[in-house]
Write a protein that binds this ligand. Structure first.
Ligand SMILES: Nc1ncnc2c1ncn2[C@@H]1O[C@H](COP(=O)(O)OP(=O)(O)O)[C@@H](O)[C@H]1O
Ligand SMILES: [Mg+2]
Length: 252
């Protein structure tokens, strides 16, 4: 695909740049990003669209400047993260919308999506910063989790929720989607909030557990596993913080 001269850069991080280009959003990865990961993200998006969850439609996957790119439809609106930043007085209302949306997503199934346990096991096995004993503890913990098939976004945070100009909520960025335990997905969201601000993380967990009628202990039980999986993404932020959560002994 070709990007026009009118493209506007929305975000640039790690191995990608995200552009708005007219009625399209184009996520352009550099040449280091494995092509299978790019197709996988697009395939996830296609599967999610088929569940009926509101998300941007995937339009195209093709090469751009030696790397691969995904084009989706541009959803006119503002991210929930920006809404909260611009209007902090109504943070509670936005948090309620956010949790309700996540619970709605968890009601869906998508039998061909990657399985969460397989994904986490692969990530834990590949972690060089953990010794074999810790990896084994984490894998045993993972193995003991009940099998479930809820659609899980895997990176559910307010930057990935778009409040559309039509008043509806859309969810983007399905690169880490799996089918599995909703509590694991909640644990990941809690962790993402906590990386920024512990108070917001605690407010999120209170609300999620109340609305889902789920014990906090079940979500907390997943924390060491999701922290390990976040470590394996090598985002190089807060490694020490994540390592402290991976310490399985703390949660026994
Ligand atoms: N289809 C879309 N419509 C409107 N904005 C989008 C769309 N996709 C992404 N964005 C915006 O671009 C940002 C980055 O895109 P995202 O897919 O979340 O990439 P990243 O993997 O870098 O988080 C989002 O936070 C959102 O603001
Ligand atoms: Mg994102």
């Amino acid at each position: 695909m070709k990007l026009s001269d009118k493209k506007v850069e929305l975000a640039s991080r790690g191995n990608k740049v995200v552009y708005a280009d007219g009625d399209r959003i184009v996520k352009v990865f550099n040449s280091e990003k494995p092509v299978s990961d790019v197709f996988n993200e697009a395939l996830n998006l296609a599967r999610i669209e088929e569940t009926g969850i509101r998300c941007p439609k995937v339009l195209e996957v093709s090469e751009v400047d030696g790397g691969w790119a995904i084009a989706t439809e541009n959803v006119p609106g503002t991210t929930l993260a920006k809404k909260v930043a611009d209007d902090p007085k109504h943070e509670k209302k936005y948090m309620e919308q956010f949790v309700a949306l996540q619970l709605e997503i968890h009601k869906h199934t998508s039998p061909l999506l990657q399985r969460q346990k397989d994904k986490y096991a692969r990530m834990i096995n590949g972690l060089e910063c953990l010794d074999a004993t810790t990896r084994y503890e984490l894998l045993m913990r993972l193995d003991g989790m009940k099998p479930e098939t809820a659609v899980c976004h895997g990176d559910f945070n307010p930057t990935n929720v778009i409040v559309g100009d039509d008043g509806k909520l859309y969810v983007c960025d399905w690169a880490h989607a799996t089918q599995g335990c909703s509590e694991a997905d909640a644990a990941m969201t809690y962790l993402l909030f906590a990386l920024d601000d512990q108070k917001t993380a605690d407010e999120y967990l209170d609300l999620y557990c109340a609305k889902a009628d789920t014990p906090k202990q079940v979500v907390r039980h997943w924390l060491s596993i999701v922290a390990a999986s976040e470590l394996s993404r090598h985002r190089k932020v807060n490694e020490e913080f994540l390592m402290s959560w991976v310490d399985v002994a703390d949660y026994q």
